[in-house]
Design a binder for this molecule. Structure first.
Ligand SMILES: CCCCCC/C=C\CC(=O)SCCNC(=O)CCNC(=O)[C@H](O)C(C)(C)COP(=O)(O)OP(=O)(O)OC[C@H]1O[C@@H](n2cnc3c(N)ncnc32)[C@H](O)[C@@H]1OP(=O)(O)O
Length: 280
């Protein structure tokens, strides 16, 4: 019988005393051989925003862990960033884009979402800082979220940039907090503090510090010790398949919609102003 492991997507640098260690720039991945738990740490200063290169690394690593039959995964962000889990998709990928690179970026984003959303092993995001736009999306892909607080924010804020969160972004949130709350949230580009996110169920637990948040993540993964990996995988698949199948069936249409609107003058103007406001 295959050994099964879990993943926590987490950002830190002193977590595991372990076995396999993959350190690529931008992404560190460690698998604790004793427990079979992987810790994946995003490490792209200053704010872990997701460029095409980082996107590729995340997708490659998840697919590798999938083949390794890990027991679970924690996804997090490097501690030295201190207050950011993930600043979202790299807006520079969308502003005055090279069309070939933009198409590649959008395709890779679809593929990475599918990989992370549909892992056959349990996943936890330890959200140790702000988590906005695409940062919120990757946290929401995990099976469980522990957010450090109280001063961080999380949410799908795309409309504030003048862009549209695709159906699968919105569906991912609706599956967690319900359709009505998700609709209100994405239309307004709303962001939530840790306490607010806990209250609406966008995160499952909060923690005043990272170590404690990580422990909670491990506890969640350990709760699957007596669950058959096959039963876990099949049940999760049934639960998430309707949302993922929509993207599989509509990949090209979804890509063309974003690819076209992203390059219109009015959207470009909005993005330019937003980037400018960040610099101030
Ligand atoms: C099929 C695909 C469909 C795509 C449709 C969806 C499109 C987009 C989804 C998104 O994810 S859009 C991005 C959403 N994220 C944000 O709005 C976060 C913006 N950033 C912040 O609010 C803050 O930076 C922060 C994360 C709270 C951190 O604040 P801090 O004070 O620590 O850092 P700053 O000084 O603000 O930033 C440092 C440096 O980083 C640049 N930067 C920040 N975020 C981004 C980003 N998302 N993309 C690119 N660059 C970013 C910021 O401009 C600063 O740059 P410099 O001034 O140092 O050059």
């Amino acid at each position: 019988m295959l050994k099964r492991y879990n993943i926590i997507l987490y950002s830190t640098n002193k977590i595991v005393n372990s076995c396999r260690y993959v350190s690529q720039s931008m992404l560190k991945s460690t698998v604790n051989e004793k427990t079979g738990i992987a810790t994946v740490i995003i490490n792209k200063p200053p704010v872990n925003c997701i460029s095409l290169e980082l996107l590729n690394k995340i997708n490659t690593e998840i697919n590798k862990l999938q083949k390794d039959n890990i027991r679970g995964m924690i996804l997090t962000s490097v501690r030295s960033l201190q207050k950011v889990f993930c600043g979202g998709l790299d807006i520079k990928e969308f502003y005055n884009p090279n069309p070939d690179r933009l198409a590649k970026y959008l395709t890779n984003l679809q593929d990475t979402w599918l990989s992370l959303y549909m892992t056959s092993f349990p996943t936890v995001s330890v959200i140790n800082g702000h988590s906005l736009g695409g940062g919120c999306l990757i946290a929401m892909c995990c099976d469980y979220r522990v957010m450090v607080g109280p001063d961080y924010t999380i949410g799908l804020n795309e409309t504030k940039l003048g862009v549209v969160p695709p159906k699968w972004f919105q569906d991912t949130m609706a599956a967690i907090i319900g359709h009505r709350k998700a609709e209100v949230s994405v239309i307004a580009g709303k962001t939530y503090t840790t306490d607010e996110a806990l209250q609406i169920g966008l995160v499952d637990e909060s923690s005043p510090d990272i170590d404690n948040a990580y422990k909670k993540g491990i506890q969640f993964l350990n709760s699957f010790e007596k669950i058959s990996p096959w039963a876990f995988k099949m049940t999760k698949n049934i639960s998430r398949q309707p949302i993922s199948q929509w993207l599989i069936d509509n990949k090209q249409k979804d890509l063309e919609f974003v690819f076209n609107y992203m390059q219109t003058p009015s959207v470009q103007k909005h993005l330019g102003l937003y980037l400018q406001s960040l610099k101030k």
